[in-house]
Design a protein around this ligand. Structure first.
Ligand code: SF4
Length: 67
């Protein structure tokens, strides 16, 4: 099973913590809101992606089944 990131833009407060913890999959736009890498997260980066999800203070990030 592969997973990808999903952002809830209503919850996101542009803290930017996620991009610091998972720069391979998340960059920030000019206002500090995340731009997520498209598609499934490679297996060797999943741990970093999970760290970003758990660290988001607004609970705005999720890992979801990539189907
Ligand atoms: S850490 Fe959460 S609230 Fe902050 S930019 Fe990332 S998704 Fe948005």
């Amino acid at each position: 099973m592969s997973e990808r990131l999903r952002l809830d833009p209503i919850r996101c407060d542009a803290h930017g913590v996620c991009a610091e913890l998972f720069p391979e999959g998340i960059s920030l736009d000019d206002w500090g809101y995340p731009i997520l890498r498209a598609g499934p997260i490679p297996a060797d980066l999943l741990e970093h992606a999970r760290r970003a999800v758990f660290a988001c203070p607004a609970l705005a990030l999720k890992l979801v089944d990539d189907r």
